[in-house]
Design a protein around this ligand. Structure first.
Ligand SMILES: [Zn+2]
Length: 151
């Protein structure tokens, strides 16, 4: 076997690159405007479980209802548990067709943290070659109770 041959076993087991991960999130896109301003599946997400399983989902109504990340996370939780290794969400501009990576909204950040404290170490993809952790996006994630000296 030369270096150029692909080992199907090893290749199937290797983690997806961030570019492949972003592409999987884009597969969940199926934008439909069901009413004025009421879009579904215009944002897609991919989430990766601790064991490497990947789940995708699409938004239903954007910020006011179900985000794509939440849609994907519901499948992940049902299949594997609450711990997430990697998250990405994407949106394609209807004007020029350019795919954009978008960060999780505040609710999704809090949702990930609520699922598991370990998710603070989850990788959040913010763009091609641009990664961070949930902890970086969610400062002061724990309960902070600072005593006050009252007069
Ligand atoms: Zn969200």
């Amino acid at each position: 076997m030369s270096d150029l041959d692909v080992d199907p076993v090893t290749d199937a087991d290797r983690p997806l690159t961030d570019a492949e991960f972003i592409a999987r999130a884009a597969e969940a896109l199926n934008p439909q405007e069901l009413g004025p301003g009421f879009w579904v599946a215009d944002v897609g997400a991919a989430v990766e479980a601790e064991d490497g399983q990947l789940f995708t989902g699409a938004c239903i109504g954007g910020y006011l209802s179900v985000c794509a990340e939440i849609s994907a996370l519901s499948q992940l939780v049902a299949a594997t548990g609450p711990t997430v290794r990697r998250v990405v969400a994407v949106w394609r501009s209807p004007d020029d067709g350019v795919l954009h990576v978008i960060p999780p909204c505040g609710r999704c950040r809090a949702f990930l943290r609520t699922l598991s404290q370990q998710n603070l170490d989850a990788t959040i993809i913010l763009g091609p070659g641009h990664r961070t952790t949930l902890a970086e996006l969610l400062p002061y994630p724990g309960w902070h109770a600072e005593p006050v000296d009252e007069p």
